[in-house]
Design a protein around this ligand. Sequence first.
Ligand code: FE2
Length: 213
Amino acid sequence: MLPHGDKRGVKRGSGASSSQSSLPALQGAVAIYDPGTGEHSARVAHAASAVGRRLGLPDPDIEAAWWGATLHDLGKLGIPVDVLHKDSALDEAEWDQMRRHPVIGADLLLAVSPSLSPVAEAVRAHHERWDGGGYPDGLAGEAIPILGRIIAIADAFDAMTRIRPYRVGVVSPADAISELRRQSGSQFDPHLVGLFIDLHDTGLIVAESESPT
Ligand SMILES: [Fe+2]
């Protein structure tokens, strides 16, 4: 278990930057397997690194936040495509498969190099909940690695607001912010929700519909 919950940063192995040269290839593999997620992941990466910067995390941790956010759903490579792209509700067995993606993603990163453990840890933790009801490890509060807590908020905001065909299920940025507030202290770290909302209010984090292009 890595240190978390403070500003001293996350553990790094040696050779992290040379191993990071493999990460764009993994990003490309996800883009092929699950088209359309690239821009979502890029926005999540931008938002997660903005929160990390506001927290005063050291540069290597901000880089790990960026890569962890970019590759947060890397483990979907291990989910059968008919489950991943199913248009109807998933049954319990299919949900069980989907819930494996944080572990699959983290294991893939560690297989590339143990020096990627900060990125792997962030990926593994991005579906944990502040109240302990998340997965895969059921961690709660500051026991959840901080990069995972940050990515969870950035991912939820972008998942709610990203533009979809026919705009089915799209939430306005204001409603998405209200939802983050509602889930603050239950799903999400309340301190990080406050930081995220400040960054959104000042235009440093934007939803897809608020992007200039
Ligand atoms: Fe995910």
